[in-house]
Ligand binder design. Structure first.
Ligand code: ADP
Ligand code: 5GP
Length: 214
């Protein structure tokens, strides 16, 4: 059977520094059919971030206009800034059978879970092996100053406290192990009946063949 597949909305959430971006990049390298949802944000770009690659950087008025115009699939206020997932690119990729990967917080995950796209959503939460490890990862990443790291650490419990509303929860201790686990979860979820609309046609064919036999 040459089946077309219905895309998945893969949501990765975790406290900041637990490894979402690193693992998302590995997943994209593994399968180019996984495309990133590039969020819009009102936060300033970090050194090395490119507009349209990591984020669509936007001022607050433009962001709010997009929300008012219904252009955001979900949006939230995180660490003092607005973040949101533009709807159009997501729908386009999803309809063409590609999986869309979201690096978003629990508020965004909840909004997507409450939308009509819920049946095609796979949500995964990453926990750090310890809070000490989370802190040293944020420091090792070298992207934020001490005050920003402290603020992210303060907020980490708020994010972790929503761990139990996700389909899967992984402790990201060894990176290669977590990567393998993510690939297993995605591979299995792609085989869910509802991701394979062509199965109906295939079974009809089997039925016709069966009737010819009897
Ligand atoms: P997030 O996107 O969740 O904020 P990152 O992917 O930027 O987190 O990871 C934060 C830092 O931790 C990065 O420097 C990354 O290389 C490192 N890291 C991620 N996963 C692991 C792991 N399993 N073990 C050790 N370091 C990790
Ligand atoms: P950062 O500023 O470190 O890039 O992201 C901060 C937090 O915002 C992370 O927890 C990230 O998952 C979340 N985030 C990024 N984009 C979006 C988005 O479009 N929607 C929501 N709800 N959260 C987002």
């Amino acid at each position: 059977m040459s089946g077309t597949r219905r895309g998945l909305l893969i949501i990765l959430s975790s406290p900041s520094g637990a490894g979402k971006s690193t693992l998302a990049r590995r997943l994209r390298d593994w399968d180019p059919d996984i495309v990133f949802s590039i969020s819009a944000t009102t936060r300033a770009p970090r050194p090395g971030e490119v507009d349209g690659r990591e984020y669509h950087f936007s001022d607050e008025a433009t962001f709010k206009q997009m929300v008012d115009d219904g252009e955001m699939l979900e949006h939230a206020f995180v660490f003092g800034n607005f973040y949101g997932s533009p709807r159009k690119p997501v729908e386009k990729a999803f309809e063409s059978g590609q999986d869309v990967l979201f690096d978003i917080d629990w508020q965004g995950a909840q909004q997507i879970a409450n939308s009509t796209l819920d049946t095609h959503t796979l949500s995964i939460f990453l926990l750090p092996p310890s809070i000490a490890a989370l802190k040293s990862r944020l420091e090792a990443r070298g992207q934020d100053d001490a005050a920003t790291i402290a603020r992210r650490m303060e907020k980490s419990w708020d994010e972790i406290s929503h761990w139990d509303s996700y389909d899967y929860v992984l402790v990201n201790d060894d990176l290669d192990t977590t990567e393998a686990q993510l690939k297993t979860i995605i591979t299995a979820t792609r085989l869910r009946r509802k991701q394979q609309p062509d199965l109906v046609e295939h079974v009809r064919g089997l039925q016709a063949e069966f009737k010819d036999l009897t």
